[in-house]
Design a protein around this ligand. Structure first.
Ligand code: ADP
Ligand code: MG
Length: 240
């Protein structure tokens, strides 16, 4: 049996909320509005995953699937420096791919799995997991097919997490909730419906606070107490 590795987010408060960091062997989802910090957390994890285990890293490489074109290699440089790492070495250990359709996104995962069989990876990022589905299946009556394809993609991600002992970090969008009592205080909910709800083990809701502050709330996680953590987005990445 593979043993779980927890990767630091860069913020002690957020790590504590997560029981030590982002876990391998499962999917962690972050959803929240534009600029809530989902992609900045992804950038920080790209670096912290490469830290040795005793520094709360994963001692492994990172695969990054970008569907929105928001990965910035130059952002990695100050984050690597903040952790005392060589930025070029860190960048060399991030395998990056831009996906343009949901099928392309799926095929990239197949290719990555082959790579993971050969090299030690500890993190797979898909930012965002749902954006292309919402574009490729935008027509009326396409929802059932979209959900079926989304389920296929998520089951592939779960398989990768378990087979290669990697943490899978996916980002998701929020959509307006059409009604119902559950979201009366905040009329927004994560996209992807039940399919995504079932696939993601740990669901995090991010929101903007004051200034550079961001708030992370546990939306759903079987083993974590409910709670919130406040962190900052800085040039050196996520911090307390
Ligand atoms: P999301 O992916 O949730 O839409 P992002 O992770 O892209 O949001 O967060 C964007 C925010 O991150 C910006 O609004 C800005 O506040 C902050 N940010 C981005 N780069 C830097 C930086 N170099 N220094 C400080 N804050 C930054
Ligand atoms: Mg983003």
């Amino acid at each position: 049996r593979k043993s779980v590795v927890r990767i630091t987010t860069g913020s002690q408060a957020l790590d504590e909320l997560l029981g030590g960091g982002i876990e391998t062997l499962c999917i962690t989802e972050a959803f929240g509005e534009f600029r809530s910090g989902k992609t900045q957390l992804a950038h920080t994890l790209c670096v912290s995953t490469q830290l040795p285990i005793h520094m709360h890293g994963g001692n492994g490489k990172v695969a990054y699937i970008d569907t929105e074109g928001t990965f910035r290699p130059e952002r990695i440089v100050p984050i690597a420096e903040r952790f005392g790492m060589d930025p070029n070495a860190v960048l060399d250990n991030i395998i990056y791919a831009r996906a343009y359709t949901y099928e392309h996104q799926y095929n990239l995962l197949l290719g990555l799995a082959a790579k993971m069989a050969e090299e030690p990876f500890r993190l797979l990022i898909v930012d965002s997991v749902i954006a292309l589905f919402r574009v490729d299946f935008s027509g009326r009556g396409e929802l059932a097919e979209r959900q079926q394809k989304l389920a296929q993609m998520l089951s592939r991600l779960t398989k990768i997490a378990e087979e290669f002992n990697v943490a899978v970090y996916i980002t998701n969008q929020v959509i307006a909730d059409p009604g119902g009592g559950m979201f009366i205080t905040d009329p927004k909910k994560p996209a992807g419906g039940h399919v995504l709800a079932h696939a993601a083990t740990i669901r995090l809701m991010l929101r903007k606070g004051k200034g550079e502050q961001r708030v992370c709330k546990i939306f759903d996680a079987p083993n974590l107490p409910e709670g919130e953590a406040v962190f900052q987005v800085t040039s050196g990445g996520i911090m307390d």
